[in-house]
Ligand binder design. Structure first.
Ligand code: CA
Ligand code: CA
Ligand code: CA
Length: 615
């Protein structure tokens, strides 16, 4: 492609001619919107097109990507009319697109927003910025983020740019100040809705066709009909389809969520408990066992496989796909880390197969291959929740992995303190944890706050849920991480061998696996099952952390089986220990002749999947 740039200097004389030709030759064009029917006037000789700098576009997109355009590898401006959606982030602001008018010489202007809009709208109400055909001024910047009611776009002065070696065009910079706003551009008497909304036959509805078509087209903006994880589960995640389109800032990055799959919003507070304003610290992890302390769980392990490191792993911030020589990766690794012992760190975004994971580089990998024992990988703390929603449906708000986390501006955060053992102080519990404060449709929806308590004021290993229901009724939970460590260690006194078993579905029934020697997590040593091995203990502790953290979170997802006990024993909002379900009350162990076997659930049963509900 570099070859084309050589031609640029020789063709300047042809620019004016090429510009005039553009209107007819153009692939992507948005016709004007009929102000009565809100359909597109396909017969109009005047249209608009959109351009972005090709080299500034990503090489791939996912369903969550803010925009849909990908680079073709040139240094020119690319026609993005058919793929562009607004992009905005707290750090970078709006990402510009250039508007080109085809078939007319008029200067485009941005139609200012209609005033006096009252939100949220009634169910089924038509977007008022659409009915008035004005640029939108949605509250804040995204469904969960920001404040203010400024126009959602600005339109700049004329700019000339190259769309090919031989073509230069005149455009106007359109810069979003919102994650999902609607720009209305007027040329003469014609008005154009950007991104393109509606067709010649289907009226605009406030949701661009580029996004709607990912989910079957022409959606109801006020609907909340998410399904999953099983067909019989009740519908909805509390976020309307329009607000899912408009999108969220999740740990600093803009995403759009799936209107057909449930989304869970979660904020981790680690540590959460404090005395007189001073955070409690722990014997085993210092500041936190969830990240930012001296030890973090789940702990990384070293797979017995060679890791092939892509060239892009030499750039911080790049998205790279790693491959392993044998099966290593599972869904549980999403949001975990790949770590080179000598150098290199990457945060796993997606696992595409047992030998392949896509990850964001956070520290440069200097080599292209890492042999067994030279690299590690860690699972996610939230692996148990992934058995209810896919990892991309669990959104960690305001989360810095590997660090402590307290407050976030990615939801309404009224957290004040937790005083040991578990006195929770929230300044305003009515608005606390709302994740859609800037919504266009529907009621307020809350997320889940998972708090790490480091106090050991009680010996109970069980966490605490401030109510058992959905996030709108409960939604604050504490996990006592030092107590988990103390409990596991108490079981290891006198032990020589540690074994591990977990339950999986076999013909719809939770079935415990044959216990294995707990792995030491290092192919260069042979200490599997050795009770004194640091790696073996870290493995058991990691599985315990995932279990207790997951099931406390799940109390806020309506996974609250009532008393499930026998005639002699009850288990509160749990299944009995040993059932194998993610909502088991506790880990079970057996001890015989120095061998301690841990049975730790790692999946939710079909009963949980059918009951899982957010409201
Ligand atoms: Ca639409
Ligand atoms: Ca929804
Ligand atoms: Ca959803």
């Amino acid at each position: 492609m570099k070859r084309r740039r050589w031609l640029t200097g020789g063709v300047l004389g042809g620019l004016a001619w090429a510009w005039l030709d553009l209107g007819l030759a153009h692939a992507g064009a948005v016709p004007p919107t009929n102000p009565v029917t809100f359909t597109l006037d396909a017969s109009s000789p005047v249209t608009v097109s959109l351009y972005q700098l090709d080299s500034a576009l990503p090489s791939t997109v996912s369903l969550q990507s803010p925009s849909r355009c990908i680079t073709t590898g040139t240094s020119f401006y690319k026609d993005v009319t058919d793929c562009w959606l607004p992009e905005w982030s707290p750090a970078g602001g709006g990402k510009s697109v250039f508007v080109v008018v085809n078939g007319a010489a008029g200067t485009p202007v941005l139609v200012p927003p209609v005033l006096g809009i009252s939100l949220p709208l009634a169910p089924g109400a038509v977007n008022p910025f659409l009915t008035s055909l004005t640029t939108s001024a949605y509250p804040g910047q995204c469904t969960n983020f920001g404040s203010g009611t400024e126009p959602d776009f600005t339109l700049g002065t004329p700019t000339t740019f190259q769309t090919s070696p031989t073509t230069s065009v005149l455009g106007y910079e359109l810069r979003p100040t919102d994650c999902g706003g609607m720009a209305v551009i007027q040329v003469g008497s014609l008005k154009f809705v950007l991104p393109r909304d509606g067709t010649a036959a289907v009226p605009a509805n406030g949701i661009p066709e580029v996004w709607e078509n990912l989910y079957g087209g022409n959606l109801d903006p006020s609907a909340d009909t998410d399904i999953g994880p099983v067909a019989s589960a009740l519908m909805g995640d509390g976020i309307s389809t329009f607000d899912e389109y408009r999108g969220f800032i999740v740990s600093g990055k803009q995403i759009r969520t799936d209107p057909k799959q449930k989304d869970i919003f979660l904020h981790l507070v680690n540590p959460a408990d404090s005395v007189g304003g001073v955070f409690v610290t722990s014997r085993s992890c210092g500041t936190s066992c969830y990240g930012g302390g001296t030890t973090t769980y789940p702990a990384p392990t070293a797979p017995s496989a060679t890791l092939t490191v892509p060239a892009t792993a030499a750039t911080v911030g790049a998205i790279a796909t790693f491959t392993s020589s044998s099966a290593v990766f599972s869904t549980a690794h999403v949001r975990g880390e790949i770590i080179g012992n000598a150098s290199g760190r990457a945060r796993i975004i997606a696992v595409t197969g047992p030998t392949s994971a896509t990850a964001e580089i956070t520290q440069v990998f200097p080599t292209t291959s890492l042999s067994p024992g030279a690299w590690k990988v860690s699972e996610s703390l939230f692996a148990l929740v992934y058995t209810l929603v896919a990892p991309e449906g669990l959104h960690l708000l305001g989360h810095a992995p590997g660090a402590t986390n307290l407050l976030t501006n990615e939801w309404v955060d009224n957290f004040v303190s937790v005083i040991p053992a578990q006195t929770l102080n929230i300044s305003d519990s009515v608005t606390d944890r709302i994740v859609n404060p800037n919504r266009l449709y529907g009621p307020a929806q809350k997320g889940v706050r998972a708090m790490e308590g480091l106090n050991i004021n009680s010996s109970s290993v069980l966490g605490w849920s401030f109510g058992v229901a959905s996030p709108n009724d409960a939604g604050n939970v504490i996990v006592f991480t030092q107590r988990i460590i103390d409990y596991i260690e108490s079981l290891l006194v006198g032990a020589t061998t540690l074994k591990y078993s977990t339950a999986s579905f076999v013909n719809g029934v939770l079935t415990w696996s044959t216990p294995i020697l707990a792995p030491d997590g290092d192919p260069t040593i042979a200490q599997d099952g050795v009770a004194t091995s640091a790696g073996v203990r870290a493995f058991i502790l990691s599985k315990a952390f995932q279990f207790y953290t997951g099931h406390e979170i799940q109390h806020s997802l309506d996974l609250t089986p009532g008393v499930q006990g026998t005639t002699r024993t009850t288990y509160g909002h749990h299944f009995p220990p040993g059932t194998g379900d993610c909502l088991d009350q506790a880990i079970t162990t057996t001890s015989k002749s120095g061998t301690v076997t841990f049975s730790i659930p790692s999946v939710c049963g079909t009963a949980d999947q059918a009951q899982f509900l957010i409201h």
